[in-house]
Design a protein around this ligand. Sequence first.
Ligand code: CA
Ligand code: CA
Ligand code: CA
Length: 261
Amino acid sequence: MKTSMRRNLALAATKFLLASTLFFTSSGLENNVRAITDKSPHSYPSAIRRSTPVQSNQKRFEVELERLECDHTTESGADEVYILVTGKNSDGKQTFSERLPSNHPREASGHWDMNDSGNAANNPKGDSRHITNKSLFVSNIGDGDAWDLVFVFMEEDHGAKGENVLSGFGEAMAATENPYAIAAGALVTILTESGVLELNVDSDDVIGVVSLHVTNEAGKITTSWNAVDRVPQRFPFKNAFQYEFNGDGSFYKAWINTKYE
Ligand SMILES: [Ca+2]
Ligand SMILES: [Ca+2]
Ligand SMILES: [Ca+2]
């Protein structure tokens, strides 16, 4: 993507962020808080997967990508989709950075091949229209603690092969005062300075970015979601949102939910 186009997109996304923050304050937060306190068994279809044993003053919390659907690719042929998850705990000690499906840039194991035709899901031998049930984050949250997390949906082109840009990206995000409220332009700057994105080459593309602030107050888990970049629409869904992403000419839908025990 050209620098000028990137700048225009960043500007548009910043404007959108302002608008979505207003939307969020007026209605999204209420919807979300109501959703997370719904403890009906049907809200938690699968067990929470990865974490250390939960202590009495903690809650085990998971963010799950229930489904990602490709309705328009960034390029002709399949998109190579991966997700960067990064964040920090309010305790000032714990940080988190992970690339899904694995931290192997420009290798088959480091992305999902997704396409906007057909209806295949989780296709191990070809393109998938949908990928489902991906655990994006799991942690035990202590009473009084909070996590700020950012989920960057990416499409791989000629990103740095074999270079570990993830740690630099994670460190820069952890050094950000409030990752949950990061502006679209500031995020693109961090992606560029850490080497995830490179200017003036056929670099990887940003599909869409959302962030999450989750707190544990005396056992009550509260989530707040923010549409950071390239998110034209979102709708309440279960305990989180259905997001639309349109970065770099694409159109994706992501259904994300949260659960705790
Ligand atoms: Ca691309
Ligand atoms: Ca491709
Ligand atoms: Ca590609």
